[in-house]
Design a binder for this molecule. Structure first.
Ligand code: MOS
Length: 691
């Protein structure tokens, strides 16, 4: 077998691209199912209380209805501890939009019509559905916080603030936002005896079955979850939500017929996770020349009373800039609202809005350039852990971005450039995201005898390009061409792999594939025979424990605000990233641009509006919840530094899925300030805020 040039770094087209454009790539709902049934749910119309009566008679007698499930007749789950997942297990209602019943029928139309005929009576109890800074009585006393510290402190921040020459003390808010992948959350479930087959739109097939197994009192091996192609998730498909359990539960009462359920766009706003709103107070104290002595970041955010989800909003302020005195706190209000969850760069994304706008305010207060301010506060080591950074190229990103973007043309005096009725300005923000690698990934490699290697790993491509990147990684490790690699992913029948999330997928799965390739070459040498097979994992190449591993980036935005109407447009945006080795420039660029696009959505459009009287998210569809359209995205460019992070494992890659959105909204807000002299501290930046 000839030695091929390294397959990573190649600008390879998506290996799954042709199947996708031809409509041959099956998504969850499209898998063939024999004699299927269809599910349509009934959702609660109160935010908190109890179901006192359910009348299902009119639904049950409809033609085509197979079953009507309520908490009174639904099969019992073996474990109801997770109240998001314990569907139809009690009469309690914890938020508006929660599942209170479900119809299974021969057609989707019959299911929907029958669901509309189910009558539910409630005993309503008082509820709290809006996040406010003065809701101390609703704060949870303890938080799990994803294994990270709830609060941190170093030095004496209050004393340092009292003696600082320049102080910025501001509060910033970000609204609830919904992930809204193009493919809705979808589950097709079928029981064959005590074995469950699930086609699911998920970011993690193995995690999904691990979550389901104890609920249904079966071993994980009795459940198979399949997800070869996923139409986006942005974190909302990282953890199984209630619909997965509901569909599998309903499949228990159909006599073995499969149950198909795709959430409607409107249902997704209540049942599939969202980004918590945040209230962030930032205090920065500095010397007149902009050297920061104290940095505090105090956050209030929300979770659902039925389940804790804590966002790490202030985490970014623990490592981003140098300051002797520092404090971060998180307070979590427990409200009668849907359960928040992961949304692209959970923590860093909203946290960077507060921190990076505050930095812009400090630069102005000190009268120095915003890039120079960041140069002056660049830490030598990670301020939080004291570890050296494996690679910290923030300043290189800022300088390269400034050069490409034309930063020197920025007018430091805000509100001075008016062209054809449009006020124009430019702004910058820094970006970062941690490089984490998940343990417990295994890959299997089998030589077919016809020159092909089957490479198997239970990873998932949620639309990011994992099919392609993992093919390239395998080809390089096996020293063959990408066309000789037959990758198999998206199935729990394949070796254990972790979630496509947290920007960990490529590095985590790739390490396992490299481990398996090393094992294969050791066991079978350079001239394998048919059926030669090896398994390996990523454990043999651990990432550098003694280093702080983070990616960095610089976001630049040019914004136009109409002087009369307040209409705001992002006319240009440019990002430069340092993310370790880039496996495929084509898919990487798409990831960065996708993150920036979502950042523009966060800056200008996205806002889930809670009517607290009813606990209702009122703008729960695309008519009223706005995401960027083509007309909103004008000139967008992404660049990266050529580098290999030797501490980030055998690939030298740190992950690119989330960093494109971090800091993006702050760059837009800072540019809008430069354009208008109006400082907007509450997202999104709608026209009314500039009038
Ligand atoms: Mo990402 S929010 O971990 O899919």
């Amino acid at each position: 077998m000839s030695v091929q040039p390294a397959a990573t770094g190649l600008d390879l087209e998506r290996v799954d691209g042709r199947a996708k454009v031809l409509g041959l790539a099956p998504y969850a709902y499209e898998h063939p199912a024999e004699n299927p049934t269809y599910l349509y749910p009934v959702q609660s119309t109160i935010a908190r209380g109890r179901i006192t009566a359910i009348d299902t008679a009119a639904a049950e007698t409809m033609d085509g209805v197979v079953a009507v499930l309520t908490h009174l007749n639904a099969p019992r789950l073996a474990n109801a501890a997770d109240k998001e997942l314990a569907v139809l297990q009690s009469d309690e209602v914890g938020f508006r939009g929660q599942f209170v019943a479900a119809v299974v029928a021969d057609s989707p139309e019959a299911a929907r019509e029958a669901a509309a005929r189910v009558r539910v009576q409630y005993h309503q109890e008082p509820h709290h559905a809006a996040l406010r800074a003065d809701h101390e009585d609703l704060y949870k006393p303890e938080q799990i916080n994803a294994g990270l510290e709830t609060d941190t402190q170093a030095g004496d921040p209050d004393a340092a603030l009292a003696s600082a020459a320049v102080v910025v003390d501001r509060t910033y808010t970000t609204p609830a936002e919904h992930n809204n992948p193009m493919e809705p959350h979808t589950t097709v479930a079928q029981w064959e005896g005590d074995r469950l087959l699930v086609f699911d739109s998920t970011q993690a097939v193995h995690n999904a079955r691990k979550t389901l197994a104890p609920l249904f009192d079966v071993e994980v091996e009795q459940i198979r979850v399949v997800a070869p192609h996923v139409g986006g998730g942005f974190g909302s498909k990282g953890l199984p939500h209630a619909h997965v359990v509901l569909t599998a539960l309903a499949a228990k009462v159909t006599g073995g017929r499969p149950v198909k359920y795709a959430l409607t766009r409107q249902q997704m706003f209540f049942l599939a996770g969202y980004r918590t709103p945040t209230i962030q107070r930032l205090q920065l104290g500095a010397s007149p020349d902009g050297r920061i002595s104290v940095l505090t970041h105090d956050v209030v955010e929300q979770t659902s009373a039925i389940k804790e989800f804590a966002e790490q909003t202030a985490g970014i302020s623990r490592m981003m800039y140098s300051a002797d005195h520092r404090r971060t706190t998180h307070r979590l209000a427990s409200l009668d609202v849907p359960v928040p969850s992961w949304m692209r760069a959970p923590g860093e994304c909203p946290g960077s809005f507060g921190l990076e706008v505050a930095m812009d305010e400090l630069a102005e207060a000190c009268g120095i350039d915003p890039i120079e301010l960041r140069v002056r506060n660049e830490p030598a080591i990670d301020p939080e852990t004291g570890k050296p950074f494996a690679s910290r190229h923030l300043l290189a990103c800022l300088r390269e971005g400034a050069r490409r973007f034309g930063w020197e043309r920025r007018n430091a005096q805000p509100g001075t450039v008016l062209v054809d009725g449009w006020r124009t300005g430019i702004g910058v923000a820094a970006s970062t995201y941690p490089a984490r690698r998940q343990p417990a990934n295994t890959a299997r490699i089998r030589f077919t005898g016809e020159g092909f290697y089957e490479v198997q790993i239970g990873a998932v491509d949620l639309g990011t390009g994992a099919w392609t990147a993992l093919t390239q990684i395998a080809a390089e490790a096996l020293e063959c061409g990408p066309e000789q690699v037959r990758l198999q992913i998206g199935d729990t029948d394949l070796p254990v792999a972790t979630v496509a999330g947290g920007s960990t997928g490529t590095a985590s799965w790739g390490s396992a594939i490299i481990g398996a390739a090393q094992m294969f070459r050791k066991e079978h040498g350079g001239f394998p025979s048919a059926e030669d097979t090896s398994e390996g994992d990523g454990e043999r190449n651990p990432a550098g424990k003694n280093y702080a591993l983070h990616s960095f980036g610089a976001q630049f935005a040019e914004v136009q605000v109409h002087a009369d109407s307040g209409e705001i447009r992002v006319s240009r945006m440019l990002g430069v990233y340092s993310a370790g080795r880039i496996i495929n420039p084509r898919t990487a660029r798409s990831q960065f641009l996708g993150g920036m696009t979502m950042g523009i959505g966060m800056a200008l459009h996205e806002q889930s509006v809670m009517d607290e009287r009813f606990g209702m998210i009122v703008n729960h569809d695309f008519a009223e919840y706005h995401v960027p359209s083509h007309a909103d995205i004008r000139q967008l460019e992404a660049f990266w530094l050529e580098e290999v992070d030797e501490h980030a494992g055998p690939l030298g890659a740190r992950g690119i899925g989330e960093i494109g959105i971090v800091g993006a909204a702050a760059a837009v807000a800072n540019a809008a300030y430069n354009a208008t002299g109006i400082r907007v501290r509450d997202l999104p930046l709608t026209a009314d805020k500039f009038l």
